[in-house]
Design a binder for this molecule. Structure first.
Ligand code: PLP
Length: 449
């Protein structure tokens, strides 16, 4: 039986990523407020936010400094665009700060409102650059199965999940997907992690050769695949992939939308994963989700090609009304200041051993085939048979059941691709709250059995 508020919701709102038919019966969980790592529903019931919203509220809820940063900027100058040469202090300072933090040589920053727009922009910039460089045939982009790069037509095409393609007539032409680096599911019988990484690099090379290296512009990768089920590639995977990309002059786009800003205990995930991208997409924890903002950080040679092309065409014809929005930029700047002042990334590193130990212990549970992750992000994959790794019939919705039991236990986690349950708490979670999170999840798993 839906409450009055749930009925109003069902009658008016379209929810992203929702079974729109089933939802009419169940209605939404309506949240009302939050403090620290806790959110409360409209009836006052508290939930530990084990997903940091959608992998994004890194500083948790109720951070007054971020509220003040927004309010101050709103009073001063709530909006100016940065088209055609206009600018403002928060955007300038934020770009400077990001350049300073960047783990690879970055020349310039372009702001978007979201991660999808960041990856959409990445694709357009690669095309624009290659036109400027006089190689208009070098346009294909290679992504990976189970990657998640967003939902715009281009970024959804880069995403490697059937649910984002089916009946949307995607992916668009020129996008290819190579094997997902998931050792647990993709490794051959008796194959070591090292051999698996070597094989995947060889598969990438074979794909590039089949397409024609002169037609392949870029490869895009999340350091750790997030929404595809928190997949951590083997240690030597990125160096091997990198060698292939270098060999064929293929631009490397790093998607740090989840892994950026401390999630793996380093400022950027690529530092933890030995990955050296040419450009980087950011969003989510950039503002701890207190304002929507994303961006792309690009190298000097790409920027120079863009300068040349815009000279030729008269303008660089890309940008959003809210690119570098002053309020979002001010909040992002304050977020980065807090990360630094409060040594948030170092503190994450100190908490990782406890988080990893609690995560690893879940593998003893009869339902859990793999408990995987890196830093402070994890997933458990539920299986019907631990030994054979046999999956449950998808119709049973085992992970969805587990997530529902967790919600009843006052814990928010998420079911993504297949029977994976993901965990990605705010970075400010305390050691006692980490224990609370895993205790509640264990009780939910016991009920799912
Ligand atoms: N890239 C990655 C790695 C993501 O995880 C996401 C969102 O979860 C996106 C891009 C898309 O970001 P947004 O939802 O802000 O468009």
């Amino acid at each position: 039986m839906l409450t009055n508020m749930q009925t109003r919701d069902v009658e008016t709102l379209i929810h992203p990523y929702t079974n729109l038919a089933a939802f009419r019966e169940t209605g939404p969980l309506i949240l009302d407020r939050g403090q620290g790592v806790w959110v409360h529903d409209v009836d006052g019931k508290p939930y530990l936010e084990g997903m940091a919203g959608l992998w994004c509220t890194a500083l948790g809820y109720g951070n007054e400094e971020l509220v003040e940063a927004a309010a101050t900027q709103m009073r001063k100058l709530p909006f100016t665009h940065i088209f055609g040469g206009k600018s403002h202090d928060p955007a300038i300072e934020l770009a400077e700060k990001l350049k300073e933090m960047a783990p690879v040589p970055i020349s310039k920053v372009f702001f978007t409102n979201s991660g999808s727009e960041a990856n959409d922009t990445q694709m357009k910039l690669v095309w624009y650059m290659n036109n400027a460089l006089g190689r208009p045939q070098k346009k294909k982009i290679i992504s990976r199965m189970r990657a998640y790069h967003g939902v715009t037509i281009a970024s959804a095409s880069l995403t490697g999940l059937p649910g984002n393609h089916n009946d949307f007539d995607l992916p668009i032409a020129g996008v290819r997907h190579t094997t997902c680096p998931h050792y647990y599911r993709q490794a051959e019988e008796g194959e070591s992690e090292e051999a698996f990484a070597t094989r995947l690099a060889a598969e990438l090379e074979a794909l590039i050769l089949a397409e024609g290296p002169e037609t392949v512009a870029a490869f895009i990768a999340e350091p750790v695949l997030g929404a595809g089920g928190v997949i951590v590639p083997p240690k030597t995977y990125y160096p091997k992939i990198q060698d292939v990309l270098t060999k064929y002059d293929i631009f490397f786009i790093g998607d740090e939308v989840i892994t950026g800003f401390g999630r793996l205990g380093t400022a950027f995930g690529c530092e933890a994963m030995e990955m050296k991208p040419n450009s980087i997409s950011i969003a989510k924890a950039l503002s701890s989700a207190y304002q929507p903002i994303g961006g792309v950080m690009i190298p000097e040679d790409m920027y120079q090609a863009m300068v040349d092309e815009s000279r030729k065409l008269g303008s660089f014809g890309h940008g959003y009304t809210y690119s570098g929005h002053p309020v979002a930029a001010a909040v992002a700047l304050k977020t980065l200041e807090i990360y630094e002042r409060e040594s948030i990334f170092e503190r994450v590193r100190a908490k990782i051993p406890q988080f990893v130990a609690r995560r690893a212990a879940l593998e003893d549970h009869p339902l859990v085939g793999e408990a995987r992750g890196a830093g402070m992000v994890a997933a458990i994959e539920l299986v019907a048979d631990k030994k054979t790794k046999h999956q449950f019939d998808p119709k049973l919705g085992m992970a969805a059941k587990c997530v529902a039991f967790a919600q009843a236990e006052g814990l928010i986690v998420r079911n993504v691709f297949g029977d994976a349950v993901t965990i990605c708490p705010p970075l400010v979670i305390s050691p006692a709250e980490i224990d609370e999170l895993f205790d509640r999840l264990t009780r939910a798993l016991d009920k799912t059995l």
